[in-house]
Design a protein around this ligand. Structure first.
Ligand code: KG4
Ligand code: ZN
Length: 338
């Protein structure tokens, strides 16, 4: 018997709706997905404005749901469960997706399944053409989180280390802002870095030799600020050099700590998830380092690195299939912003 789960993601500045099908003995399948990014709307403010985010999720969530169902050739009656992001994220934004999901589920008599946003990211590579197998080490690198985990199975996660201040995505975004690049800066900084020399600026690699698996990126941001202040106006090459040096510092720490986590656990499989997982340089360096050590690396499809509804539907379907999730219809709900 197969399960079809509709997933709604609304934790930050993307409204994502998708349908995932899970059948026993077969890999999960993404049947359709719709995504609306609010980036253009928030860009004028240099960051996400929570109130505007909530209002836009309200405008988008039902049209996207209709669109995803139409694309999958399905009706609401063909669904088996409705999943939603419970947190972490912006409270108002989460309430929109959760409210819509629970209302839909209640009207259809289906289970409403809350999903932890990070579990969505972590499991997203299972929708790729090269899905991982358990157990593995997961490097989860998003705008809000940077964590290394030992993953034994669905819902069996052991935190090995995490950032003690800024997340890797935040380090990209804040450094990009200092370089005068638009929000969200990560992809812009990465693009500019392609033109620059990574060894041009000696930037710190915080906690590289700390002996644990924790990260710290706040000091790097301060070092970038110091260098950005000294940048000669209009010198595009030096600006690109600083972008390349910043990216190199972040990537080196992520790679070295991932290797340390693999060594500590003795595992030979690494899964990278979250928005920063889309970074080309990070992928290149990880691929190279892991190949030398006989470690297989798995990534989500590029389009599923950043926030989306597919990973929420998938995580709910996998939790449900492994009977971790409670499939009883309960229609009271709460969101967990932190
Ligand atoms: O996972 P995600 O969509 O949202 C959170 O759950 O936080 O990640 C967004 C983060 C942002 O910080 C964004 O700048 C970063 O991922 N990002 C990148 C790239 N693409 C997205 N950072 C570096 N290089 C990229 N190519
Ligand atoms: Zn995310």
């Amino acid at each position: 018997m197969s399960w079809r789960v509709l997933g709604i993601e609304s934790s930050c500045d993307e409204t994502g709706v998708a349908v995932v099908e899970c059948s026993p003995g077969a890999p999960p399948r993404l049947l359709a997905q719709g995504l609306h990014s609010q980036i253009a709307m928030h860009q004028a403010y240099g960051g996400v404005v929570p109130e505007l985010a909530s209002r836009d999720h309200i405008r988008r969530v039902l049209p996207l749901t209709r669109q995803a169902l139409a694309e999958a050739g399905l009706a609401l009656a063909d669904l088996d469960a409705i999943a939603y992001t419970q947190g972490p994220g912006l409270a108002g934004a989460l309430l929109v997706g959760a409210g819509a999901a629970v209302a839909l589920a209640a009207s259809l008599g289906l289970p409403a399944l809350p999903v932890h946003h990070l579990e969505g990211h972590l499991l997203s590579p299972f929708l790729s053409a090269d899905p991982p197998e358990f157990p593995f080490v997961c490097l989860l690198v998003s705008g809000g989180h940077t964590q290394l985990m030992r993953v034994q199975g669905v819902s069996e996660y052991e935190l090995l280390g995490e950032t003690i201040d800024d997340a890797a995505g935040e380090a990209f975004d804040k450094s990009a802002k200092l370089l005068g690049l638009p929000y969200p800066g990560g992809p812009h900084l990465a693009r500019l870095a392609e033109q620059g020399r990574a060894d041009a600026f000696p930037l710190p690699r915080p906690l590289l030799h700390s002996g644990d698996l924790n990260f710290s990126f706040a000091g790097l941001k301060t070092a970038v600020l110091t260098q950005a202040r000294k940048l000669p106006a209009g010198d595009a090459q030096t600006q690109a050099n600083l972008a390349a040096s910043t990216q190199a510092a972040i990537v080196e720490v992520l790679v070295r700590k991932s290797l340390a986590a693999l060594k500590l656990t003795g595992l030979k499989r690494l899964v990278v998830a979250g928005g920063v997982g889309a970074n080309r340089r990070l992928r290149e360096q990880l691929n190279e380092a892991c190949q030398r050590r006989g470690v297989r690396v798995h990534y989500p499809e590029l389009a599923l690195c950043t926030d989306n509804g597919a990973m929420i539907a998938l995580a709910a379907a996998m939790r449900w299939q492994t009977q971790v999730a409670d499939a009883q219809p309960t229609y009271s709900f709460e969101v967990h912003p932190r």
